[in-house]
Design a protein around this ligand. Structure first.
Ligand code: ZN
Length: 190
């Protein structure tokens, strides 16, 4: 089942998401499957639960579209539950990021190259793992979502000012998008 994706301006995107208790969510696998389906339906490489209106510490990633530059990403498809970034290291590098909640806006964002993560997978197996390159980049972006942050927060005051109107339009639904979205400031009937 595909969920509608919540657009920029919805308060759920600004909330720090809460940890998931394993007994509270016996159907976590179904939820994870639905999130993959929603992400693929919008041709994304990552999707966090707050983006589908659920303030939970869960996100999914599929970095395989980047396997021409990084062949080891060929089968990189993972769900992250209750993730924590334990350590960020390495040089900062810029990449032109986008976000399914902020369609039609892409901006360069600098992030460190390596992260050490603690997380559970959808079988509630615990992992402590290091990620680099594009995998780290996507995870850092999704991790920001469960912390209530967006990539646009990291832009310079000038860039922020330049995209302000476009962000307002997105929250009103005045944007062309070919997947189902929920716009916080849309007029009724849209
Ligand atoms: Zn995003």
């Amino acid at each position: 089942m595909k969920y509608p994706i919540v657009a920029y301006g919805d308060p759920v995107l600004r909330r720090k998401a809460t940890a998931i208790e394993s007994d509270e969510y016996p159907h976590i696998k179904e939820l994870v499957e639905n999130m993959y389906e929603t992400m693929y339906g919008a041709r994304g490489v990552g999707l966090a639960a707050p983006q589908v209106g659920m303030s939970m510490r869960l996100f999914v990633v599929d970095a395989s579209p980047f396997d021409d530059e990084e062949p080891e990403l060929k089968d990189f498809k993972k769900a992250f539950i209750n993730a924590t970034i334990l350590e960020e290291s390495g040089e900062e590098w810029p990449f032109n990021e986008g976000c399914l909640s902020i369609p039609d806006i892409r901006e360069d964002v600098s992030r460190k190259s390596t992260i050490l993560m603690s997380y559970y997978d959808e079988d509630w197996k615990h992992h402590e793992e290091t990620f680099t390159g594009m995998a780290a980049r996507i995870i850092q972006h999704e991790y920001d979502h469960i912390e209530g942050k967006l990539f646009t927060d990291k832009l310079s005051p000038l860039r922020k000012r330049l995209i302000e109107k476009k962000l307002n339009d997105i929250s009103k639904g005045a944007v062309d998008v070919d997947y189902r979205m929920k716009f916080p400031a849309a007029k009724k009937g849209r």
